[in-house]
Design a protein around this ligand. Structure first.
Ligand code: NAD
Length: 494
């Protein structure tokens, strides 16, 4: 079936998204009764009223999550039983892909077809992978020798709070909540205030899949009102966060000021992408370099600093500009749209401030302006700056919008030095056809993931996360389970 713009428009007109929090298996208003508006940034229209929760709601959610954890209603189920519930969740996500991608698009502006055709199937595959893994994890026996038996097992932690951002609202929620649940924990999820709709819908799917009441809760609201009380709560055992480096640091502080809860941080990035003149397929490299505009550039791991060897610089820049043109902003409901709307007006203004600064410091080679669609001015044309040096603001700060900064280098050493001169270390990429150079540079780059002859590779099979101020811990792969469990030794003398 072909899903046209009209098809999605009719679907979206028929939606009335749930905006209440979800505590103890029920949708509930905030204790205060307050709500705030959820606005579609691509149209400026209010699409839901969201429960404006605070400390009182957090206390209720954490209390029930703790009680249910201790009751063993979920934690004491066998890994195989938990696997089966999570497999049911994966199949429900699949059945609801249309609604989920539409909610995601209306909530934060991304092209609905990209979400439906690409992100949602990946998410279903992710949940299946985590579910399938959980009853294949074996524990350890230490080599203590005869007369002693030391069993080393992984135990659930208790209440895990997950605080997530708005750029991939459902992905980020699921990346954290599903492995946490798989290990037997209870979860309190706080979605970003800009994009709570799919997290709220997820709660109903969790219940339908068979997650017991109180084991999965969603508390909606603002960062200081909900995120901070979760970070400071004495009964939260672990706080898993994805968001900015600035807020990530608050969570370390909240932990120190409360119960020393485990804090896992997936924070910002300013990923370098180094293109050497010896790259065999420069067209492919240019096409992938322009992927920086995917998701409106609102991607933590985007290769936003493009380092090009001087001898191919001008030719390569022209190629990147050609591929950037495909990301012309469009109505997110148009099936051909590759670039939708920024998440909210405040963020559009923030990105445009960086663009204005870039125009003063560097050379604007493409874009750099707002585009008005559906009477909304939250659309930004892909923007490319050249003659950028690494001291400039557009090279140092995470803009989190469709802005690419291009720098020149002359030698491998210089490229590596520029690439590593950043407070971030999430991802890095290198394009070359020289195998030794590929290994040498990959080894020298300080990042959680280095990709060679490709960019921004993410899969359930492979750990994802950063070093330096990009954070700690890893999402995805079997390593994700490490975040949501503690090692417990039982030492038996016989
Ligand atoms: P943000 O840090 O502003 O907000 C993230 C979450 O923290 C939201 O739920 C927000 O309500 C909450 N929050 C805000 N202030 C808080 C406070 N004082 N106390 C407690 N909680 C608070 O980030 P954002 O603007 O939603 O998202 C963009 C950022 O997320 C970028 O920096 C991006 O790099 C990062 N991000 C990182 C990854 C990764 O995996 N490394 C993935 C996606 C996004």
């Amino acid at each position: 079936m072909i899903r046209t713009r009209e098809y999605w428009q009719v679907k979206s007109a028929g939606l009335s998204p749930e905006g209440r929090a979800f505590i103890d298996g029920e949708y509930v208003d905030s204790v205060s009764g307050r709500t705030f508006d959820c606005v579609n940034p691509a149209t400026g229209k209010v699409i839901a009223k969201i429960a404006d929760c605070d400390q009182a709601d957090v206390n209720l959610a954490v209390q029930v999550a703790k009680e249910r954890f201790e009751s063993g209603v979920w934690a004491k189920r066998s890994p195989t039983e938990r696997k089966n519930v999570l497999l049911k969740l994966a199949s429900l996500l699949k059945d609801n892909m249309e609604e989920l991608s539409l909610l995601e698009s209306m909530d934060m502006g991304k092209p609905v077809e990209v979400s439906y055709s690409y992100e949602m199937p990946e998410l279903v595959a992710y949940v299946q992978w985590i579910a399938e893994a959980v009853d294949k994890l074996y524990d350890e026996v230490a080599p203590t020798g005869q007369g002693d038996l030391a069993l080393i097992r992984r135990e659930a932690l208790g209440v895990v709070a997950c605080v997530v951002p708005w750029n991939f609202p459902l992905d980020m929620a699921i990346w954290k909540c599903v492995p946490a649940l798989a290990m037997g924990n209870s979860v309190v999820l706080k979605p970003a205030e800009q994009s709570p709709l799919t997290a709220i819908k997820l709660a109903a799917l969790m219940k339908e899949a068979g997650i017991p009441d109180g084991i999965f809760n969603v508390v909606t609201g603002y960062g200081e009102a909900v995120g901070a009380p979760l970070g400071l709560h004495m009964d939260v055992a672990c706080l898993a966060f994805t968001g900015s480096t600035e807020v990530g640091k608050y969570f370390l502080r909240y932990s120190a000021e409360s119960n020393m809860k485990l804090v896992w941080l997936e924070c910002g990035g300013k990923s370098p992408n180094i293109v050497f003149a010896d790259t065999e397929n420069l067209d492919l490299a240019a096409e992938l370099a322009a992927r920086v505009f995917y998701n409106q550039g609102e991607v933590c791991s985007s290769p936003t600093r493009l380092l090009v060897e001087e001898s191919i610089h001008d030719e390569f820049v022209s190629k990147v500009v050609k591929y950037a043109e495909a990301y012309e902003p469009a109505d997110p409901l148009a099936p051909e749209a590759l670039m939708g709307s920024m998440v909210e007006t405040l963020h559009t203004q923030r990105v445009m401030k960086f663009v204005e600064q870039g125009k003063k410091e560097a050379t604007l080679t493409y874009g750099g302006e707002l585009v008005c669609i559906n009477d909304s001015e939250n659309f930004i044309r892909p923007t490319i700056f050249t003659n950028v040096t690494n001291e400039m603001q557009v090279a140092r700060e995470e803009i989190f919008g469709p802005v690419l900064s291009i720098l020149k280098f002359k030698s491998e050493e210089e490229a590596v030095a520029i690439a590593n001169d950043s407070i971030y270390g999430l991802m890095a990429s290198v394009f070359t056809s020289n195998l030794s150079r590929a290994h040498r540079v990959a080894e020298a780059l300080k990042a959680g993931t280095v990709t060679v002859n490709t960019v921004d590779m993410i899969s359930p099979l492979v750990p994802f996360g950063g070093v330096k101020q990009s954070g700690n811990g890893r999402d995805n792969s079997l390593h994700a389970f490490e975040k949501y469990s503690a090692l417990k030794t039982t030492w038996i003398k016989y």
